[in-house]
Design a protein around this ligand. Structure first.
Ligand code: SAM
Length: 260
């Protein structure tokens, strides 16, 4: 069994903002305003499905620069922030003839800087959150049980989203929050997802859409099925708009409550 000190990352002392990448737009004391791809400011409650975090232990999958982690902490949660680091590569779509290895190295450097952003904020916000690095398919059981697991803007990046949910939810006692954006180009899939049975849509196109880090479109109805199989049969689905790169996009979240 891993000891606490081996399981949780030792906080990095990061003070150079130029060695960071911010995925989230943030206002950071001492450093000021930083612009990221996603601006969750003021939309946190909608993004997290209106769940009450007071006194809850939370496993946050894919914390990136940690905006949600620090938010949930301010709401009274104890957060375990889980993410990749430079030792654990993204699930890159292996397009033949495409330099996936080069891309993995690029992502590795990006992850180092995103992890740095988390640690810079962790210090400035006096956070007590703990970080665990690894891949979502192998979440250490030594983390122990949590009350809530969050999968925000993450599942579509996993080659096997069901396995990812299965691992995290085996540690989760009460609730799971799944949030994602429905990009405009995916709206037709959203509409089609109502016919005839909820299904996942494979997004990569060898002669078209080449974002190598996105595998699936997963409609809320399918997420509900996944959660039902895993024992979270009471679900609510909500839609809202989320700011990404100066535009508002349709987004959804599914909150599942454990019933079994
Ligand atoms: C789009 S960001 C979402 C950040 C944050 N959850 C939010 O909603 O604003 C995706 C996150 O998932 C993480 N991630 C991607 N693949 C992963 C994997 N296989 N295992 C664990 N984390 C992964 C990324 O490193 C990144 O932090």
């Amino acid at each position: 069994m891993a000891l606490d000190k081996d399981l949780y990352e030792k906080p990095r002392n990061v003070t150079d903002i130029n060695d960071c990448i911010f995925y989230h737009t943030m206002d950071i004391p001492e450093y000021g305003y930083v612009e990221g791809e996603f601006d969750l400011r003021g939309n946190e409650d909608k993004y997290l499905g209106g769940v009450d975090f007071k006194g809850k232990r939370v496993l946050e999958i894919g914390t990136a620069s940690g905006y949600l982690c620090f938010h949930m902490e301010r709401q009274g949660a104890e957060v375990v922030a889980f993410d990749l680091n430079e030792n654990y590569p993204w699930d890159i779509v292996p397009f033949a003839g495409f330099d996936s290895h080069g891309l993995v190295s690029e992502y590795r450097e990006g992850l180092r800087k995103i992890n740095n952003a988390f640690w810079l904020c962790h210090k400035v916000f006096n956070s007590r959150a703990r970080a665990v690095y690894g891949t979502v398919y192998n979440i250490p059981r030594e983390i122990g049980e949590v009350d809530i697991a969050t999968f925000c803007a993450t599942l579509v990046h996993f080659q096997n989203p069901f396995a990812a949910l299965q691992g995290a939810l085996s540690l989760t006692r009460e609730k799971v929050i799944v949030t994602d954006v429905i990009w405009d180009r995916l709206l037709p899939y959203y509409i089609l997802s109502f016919l005839p049975k909820p299904h996942m849509t494979f997004i990569p196109e060898h002669n078209g859409f080449r974002f190598p880090d996105t595998w699936w479109f997963l409609p809320p109805a399918l997420i509900k099925k996944y959660l039902g199989v895993l024992g979270f049969r009471k679900t609510t689905v909500k839609y809202f708009f989320q700011k990404y790169r100066n535009r508002k996009w349709l987004a959804y979240n599914v909150v599942g409550t454990r019933t079994l």
